[in-house]
Design a protein around this ligand. Structure first.
Ligand SMILES: C[S@@+](CC[C@H](N)C(=O)[O-])C[C@H]1O[C@@H](n2cnc3c(N)ncnc32)[C@H](O)[C@@H]1O
Length: 278
């Protein structure tokens, strides 16, 4: 295979690892969600890369599955509440534009050009025709609103942004720039994103499994560069309102009450929804 998935490395490669983990939830007797589209992106190379990252640390695989359910739930709510545009930043192999297609809701994705090319090719090869606008490029370098505006996005319509599995690869400055860009240019909007705290990124949790997991991402050329714990300070600085905030630990205890957690990392991994001020 001569495409981006043939070498699952660096930050673009992490999308293939997450896609593998996400697909595995389909095999559960009572899955948190179903993603019957994502297998079209998977093969023996993506499976091997995911197995290398997971190693003997089940949390590494369970966290993306828990967060997928969180974003799916927020998306369902946003669509029910009249959202007209969904933007998925750093979308990787996210399939929500297909799985969650809805009348009068337009989907936009921004992602690295090679992943966008692969996605288009696999969707076409599998007869997937749901309308969506796939925008190749770097939203930090080019600016989210500038990229969207050049592709038919309407800044006046209520919009929902999904920013999944991205902030840990950025800097605080880049995260603030994205949030301020939305705040300054949009009317009604919400954005959901997940974030590790400093202890995970700095490998000071004391959990050997968590530390080794972070080291394995660095070894594949995708080091985690940003973590924070004070969501209130970040939201205040961006001028946004916290609509919802929880942790993977809380999601784990809610959805899997009978299971043993086995790592403290879940309580170091936050997920939230911010909105434009009322
Ligand atoms: C861990 S993956 C998550 C993919 C997807 N959101 C998911 O959860 O399945 C991170 C993705 O963000 C993309 N990404 C990170 N920074 C980006 C940027 N500045 N512009 C565009 N894409 C970016 C990477 O290419 C990669 O596909």
């Amino acid at each position: 295979m001569n495409d981006v998935s043939s070498d699952v490395r660096e930050v673009t490669g992490t999308a293939f690892v997450v896609a593998e983990f996400r697909a595995r939830e389909n095999e559960e007797p009572h899955p948190l969600y179903r993603d019957n589209v994502v297998p079209i992106f998977l093969d023996e190379r993506t499976r091997a890369a995911a197995d290398r990252i997971r190693a003997d640390f089940p949390a590494g695989e369970h966290m993306p599955r828990l967060r997928t359910r969180y974003y799916d739930d927020r998306l369902d709510e946003q669509i029910a509440n009249g959202c007209r545009q969904v933007v998925i930043l750093g979308s990787g192999l996210d399939t929500r534009a297909v799985r969650k297609a809805a009348p009068n809701v337009a989907y936009f994705e921004i992602e690295d050009d090679r992943t966008i090319a692969l996605k288009k090719a696999r969707y076409a090869a599998n007869g997937i025709t749901q309308p969506m606008t796939l925008i190749p490029g770097d939203y930090v370098a080019s600016g989210v609103i500038r990229m969207l505006a050049a592709h038919g996005f309407d800044t006046r319509l209520p919009s929902f942004f999904i920013w999944e599995g991205n902030t840990m690869y950025l800097t605080r400055q880049a995260v603030m720039t994205v949030l301020r860009d939305l705040k300054e240019n949009l009317g009604r909007f919400a954005i959901s994103f997940d974030y590790m705290d400093e202890a995970v990124v700095e490998m000071t949790t004391g959990d050997a499994g968590a530390t080794a997991f972070v080291e394995r991402f660095a070894a594949m050329g995708a080091p985690w560069t940003f973590g924070f714990h004070d969501l209130t300070a970040l939201a205040d600085e961006a001028g946004l309102t916290i609509a919802d905030a929880t942790t993977m630990g809380n999601l784990f205890r809610t959805y899997w009450p009978g299971r043993a957690m086995q790592s403290v990392i879940y309580d170091h991994y936050g997920i939230c929804t911010l909105t434009s001020p009322a």
